[in-house]
Ligand binder design. Structure first.
Ligand code: MLZ
Length: 463
């Protein structure tokens, strides 16, 4: 029985068997469960799985198993065929390998579970034992510690009740103290300390650069909103046992760049993903230089806001900021500063007119890891404008390490530029494996001869 939160969760199953359906392989997602053991998973390997091809209920209750071969892999999903079916695909079925339903060959023997041939083929061979022995000789199977490793890789480093510092979804230039309220698939639902109890809080993956340990804002000199006793104890270096501390975070988030000069100065120009509209890469300005490699930038497209509410903190090694000219080199439209026209904007003329200067290209992270993402691959991705939603999506474009993620059925204005290592993209089958709801395409009302478009919204704030 599905819990209520999973009602209406999208099921990929209808599309999986289509040979044109291409999903990004699990090995593309370094942060995803089992990514590190996925090299051991391949088409042709044999596994033990429940035998559902039996006609009487008592047999099913006796939980009988049989050997099956992996015929195809699509994300976490494997298409299995029971041994004995040969080229007959009529009883092929899909199962998630990120689950406890699939076991290495030999598992049944060690657990005393019966291997029973499927009803459809039971009369095909007289000596099934001999048949299996021949089929299994030299065959590959899952490593014996597969399910332990799978289980471990699903566990979060965090736990409910921990305190941390999180970007304020209503004012992105500040971080606020928050408490972990709920965790699904390493996605944390956090509640800001001063929030109304009915507020749904904020969702983000535990590896997100929007999350920081207790004491981070003080350490890097970022604006923080917190209760007075928190500010006091943090300034005295006093930690609570419920504090999320630095070792829970990846080194990059803590700031691999030691307390030194980054080369970035206030006023320098760059190109950056707009944190409030991830479908656009914009002309941006360094507004402040913090410590440990963090900078505050402002997107030049925004209306002027003297309060600084729209500044946003990026690490200098973030893959979401780029040197001047990046968009042009990659054939990506650059959103010009307010008052300029995209068709005529030109960096060189702009520098001459405004007497600004670009940040030195050598200061940026230009490393492109061998990520494996290709245009057209299907994935599951968090909608970062409403990050409690994980939706079906397609890699629409790849530019170096950057992916343009398109949400299936939604207009392009919902697209998001994400890094290939973003913890907000997942393999097909991830939601089902971790128990997160998966959003399908928007419900479209069909009028005569036309399809009503997905709803348009003015996206200016995060939900
Ligand atoms: N209520 C939101 C949901 C949009 C979800 C889009 N996901 C790709 C809206 O209509 O803006």
């Amino acid at each position: 029985r599905k819990p209520a939160e999973l009602a209406n969760s999208f099921e990929w199953d209808a599309q999986l068997s289509d040979p044109r359906f291409v999903a990004a392989p699990v090995t593309c997602f370094r942060h995803a469960p089992m990514a590190d053991i996925w090299d051991d998973v391949m088409v042709g390997m044999k596994v033990e799985v429940e035998n559902t091809d039996c006609d009487n209920v008592s047999e099913a209750f006796a939980d009988s198993f049989w050997v099956a071969t992996v015929m195809r892999l699509v994300g976490y999903k494997a298409q299995l065929r029971y041994e004995g079916f040969g080229s007959n695909d009529s009883k092929d079925f899909w199962v998630s390998l990120c689950s406890n339903q699939v076991h290495p060959v030999g598992w049944c023997a060690t657990r005393g579970k019966p291997l029973i041939p499927p009803k459809t083929v039971e009369d095909k061979y007289l000596d099934w034992k001999d048949f299996l022995r021949k089929r299994l000789t030299g065959a590959r199977t899952l490593p014996s510690n597969f399910s332990t490793k799978a289980g471990d890789s699903l566990k979060s480093r965090f736990e409910c009740g921990l305190n941390l510092e999180v970007v304020d979804k209503n004012r992105i230039s500040q971080v606020k103290v928050a408490i972990v309220h709920k965790i699904i698939g390493k996605r944390l639902n956090v509640k800001y300390y001063d929030m109304h109890p009915d507020d749904a809080g904020f969702w983000c993956h535990e590896d997100s650069p929007l999350l920081h340990p207790v004491g981070w804002a003080k350490k890097v000199n970022h604006h923080l909103v917190a209760p007075i006793n928190y500010l006091e104890r943090v300034s005295q270096g006093i930690f609570d046992e419920d504090d999320a501390t630095e070792e829970l975070f990846t080194p990059f988030q803590v700031g691999a760049v030691e307390h030194s000069r980054t080369g970035f100065c206030v006023g320098m120009k760059l190109e950056a993903i707009d944190p409030l509209n991830l479908s656009s890469i914009c002309v941006a300005t360094v507004m402040d230089v913090l410590d440990y490699g963090y900078i505050m930038i402002r997107i030049d497209t925004y209306d002027s806001d003297a309060t600084g509410a729209d500044w946003f903190c990026y690490h200098v090694k973030s893959p979401c900021i780029f040197p001047v000219g990046f968009c042009e080199r990659n054939g990506i439209p650059l959103t010009p500063p307010k008052g300029y026209d995209a068709a005529t904007f030109n960096w060189r003329a702009y520098f001459i007119q405004t007497n600004n200067r670009p940040a030195d290209p050598a200061l940026f992270n230009t490393y492109v890891p061998p990520h494996g993402f290709v245009q057209g691959m299907k994935i599951e991705a968090a909608d970062l404008m409403d990050p409690r939603l994980v939706c079906i999506a397609t890699v629409a474009k790849v530019a170096g390490r950057l992916l343009k993620v398109h949400f299936d059925g939604w207009e392009e204005e919902y697209d998001q530029w994400l890094d290939c290592d973003s913890p907000d993209v997942y393999p097909v089958g991830w939601c089902q494996s971790v128990g997160h709801k998966l959003e399908g395409p928007p419900l479209v009302a069909k009028a005569v001869g036309s399809v009503v478009k997905s709803p348009k919204v003015k996206k200016k704030s995060r939900k």
